[in-house]
Design a protein around this ligand. Structure first.
Ligand code: F0G
Length: 482
């Protein structure tokens, strides 16, 4: 694929594209990074992008688009109803997934809203390999419960299991027996399990889960937002699929699912989202909600230009040289960090490189948000914006105490085809410096805490004056270098 080995034996990820449009970015001096972190309430979501050097918060809506995607945007058929662009997108999706119906929506969480409205009854349970923040919030809004049945390996930081996103089949059978199949709204499988380090799900596991659920009349819903990385991992980690075409792999996955939905801010490197379904009854149930919440059935909240870009982006996702780019860069970054002693999730997954803040900041209790603190410290040390994926991203229990996350991670997302090897090396170097100075990092506490999805807007402050001490040490060690 696109990893190459140099004469020296060094293996590097090689870009299979050239860059013909660029955006200038600024690396602010350390004092200014400290100031803007304080102004952002120690929450990387609240930073101004102009103050950020490498934006590794997410890949959502910030993947690089191809020249063909941009060209397609110019040919969009602008119309409220019956747009040709919609039919083009629909036929691309039908061809790739071999499912009958497509419902457009403005992004992934909008699909989750529609699916939850249609399928979740108060008191029912949604089983899943692992939750995603917005998914859980929409199920809870409908009075449903979420139960995670990921395999034990999935929650281990270090492992050599190739498919850590797999569902634990014993836990699935046990949950069906305990809850009763009529109490289970649906089984959700998330491709490239986001919150446990972008870990893939194996084909064999999807097949088995689907067989059990179909026997019990439980719909299987597939969150395909992180499909492209998962496809790559099936091809390179499962010897049975080494010579199988990406489109064939995709169709086989789809054959196990009753509903597929996706965020097109990720899948297809565009914007928007959508739901695929073959069953007419399920389709009709969801269809009536689209004009109410999203827009008319031939745009669903997306602009026609986004739909054109998506149709091309989805077609390009079937190319292994396109979809291998992100995972090989993530692997290179993870390997480099691991070689410097920084604790990372292994094997490297998709979406981004995941650093274990529990080990990195073992001196900070979970109630003082070690992953949030590490994300803030990394920005001060480098201008790199990462994302907390730990206790801060959870909601409080009924008793008002923090629900302690199973994993305390920071994610250095690698938006598709955006950062170069030297930029990822820079991030690794500054993170390694931080690791050597980790005793200087302290905890955080909330100053303003929203009730729902608090990580988006919450404001925090440092416990003690550790950010100033850390910044001072940085200036001592790096002198004039930013
Ligand atoms: N499902 C998964 C697995 C996701 O990763 C996301 C978004 C969504 C659903 C929701 O999609 O943002 O289009 O509404 N993940 C982004 C992230 C936000 O940064 O990981 P959306």
């Amino acid at each position: 694929m696109s990893n190459v080995t140099f004469l020296s034996g060094e293996k590097i990820p090689l870009e299979m594209h050239k860059i013909r449009m660029v955006q200038k970015i600024n690396l602010l001096p350390n004092e200014e990074r400290l100031k803007s972190m304080k102004e952002a309430g120690f929450n990387t979501f609240l930073l101004r992008n102009r103050d950020v050097f490498l934006d590794m918060l997410t890949d959502s809506g910030v993947n690089a688009m191809s020249e063909n995607q941009y060209a397609a945007m110019m040919q969009a058929d602008d119309s409220y109803a019956g747009s040709e662009t919609f039919y083009r997108l629909e036929s691309v999706l039908q061809d790739i997934f071999k499912m009958k119906h497509f419902l457009p929506a403005h992004q992934g969480r909008a699909c989750e809203h529609i699916i939850s409205q249609a399928l979740v009854k108060p008191g029912s349970t949604v089983l899943m390999n692992y939750h995603f923040t917005t998914t859980k919030a929409h199920i809870a809004l409908m009075g449903g419960n979420v139960e995670e049945i990921i395999c034990d390996e999935g929650l281990k930081i270090e492992s050599d299991a190739p498919f850590k996103g797999d569902v634990d089949i014993d836990k699935l059978n046990e949950a069906i027996n305990r809850l009763g199949k009529e109490k289970i709204a649906f089984m959700r499988i998330e491709a490239g399990t986001n919150l446990v380090g972008g870990q893939p799900v194996s084909m064999g596991n999807m097949r088995e889960v689907s067989e059990i659920c179909r026997k019990n009349n439980i719909p299987v819903v597939y969150d395909a937002s992180l499909l492209s990385d998962n496809l790559y991992f099936i091809k390179v980690r499962d010897p049975k699929y080494k010579n199988v075409d990406i489109k064939e792999i995709t169709r086989e996955i789809a054959s196990f699912m009753d509903i597929i939905y996706f965020s097109a801010r990720k899948l297809g490197s565009a914007r928007g989202g959508g739901i695929l379904v073959s069953d007419d009854m399920l389709f009709n149930k969801m269809r009536e909600l689209i004009p109410l919440f999203e827009g008319f059935l031939t745009y669903g909240g997306m602009s026609v230009r986004e739909m054109e870009a998506l149709a091309v982006g989805l077609t390009e996702t079937m190319d292994i040289n396109v979809i291998s780019q992100t995972p090989i860069f993530i692997e290179a970054l993870s390997d480099e960090l691991a070689a410097k002693g920084v604790p990372v999730v292994t094997p490297a997954g998709g979406l981004g490189c995941h650093v274990d803040a529990k080990q990195f900041c073992s001196h900070i209790p979970q109630t003082e948000y070690p992953a949030g603190a590490l994300a803030a410290a990394l920005f001060i040390a480098s201008g790199v914006r990462s994302m907390e994926r730990g206790t801060l991203s959870e909601e409080r229990n009924e008793d008002g105490n923090d629900r302690l996350a199973e994993m305390e991670l920071i994610r250095l997302a690698l938006p598709k085809r955006v950062f170069t090897l030297s930029q990822t090396k820079y991030a690794a170097d500054r993170l390694a410096w931080l690791f050597n100075n980790r005793h200087l990092i302290g905890g955080l506490k909330f100053v303003k805490e929203p009730k729902v999805l608090r990580f988006f807007f919450g404001r925090l402050e440092a416990i003690g004056s550790w950010p100033d001490v850390l910044a001072e040490q940085f200036r001592k060690d790096f002198g004039d270098s930013l």
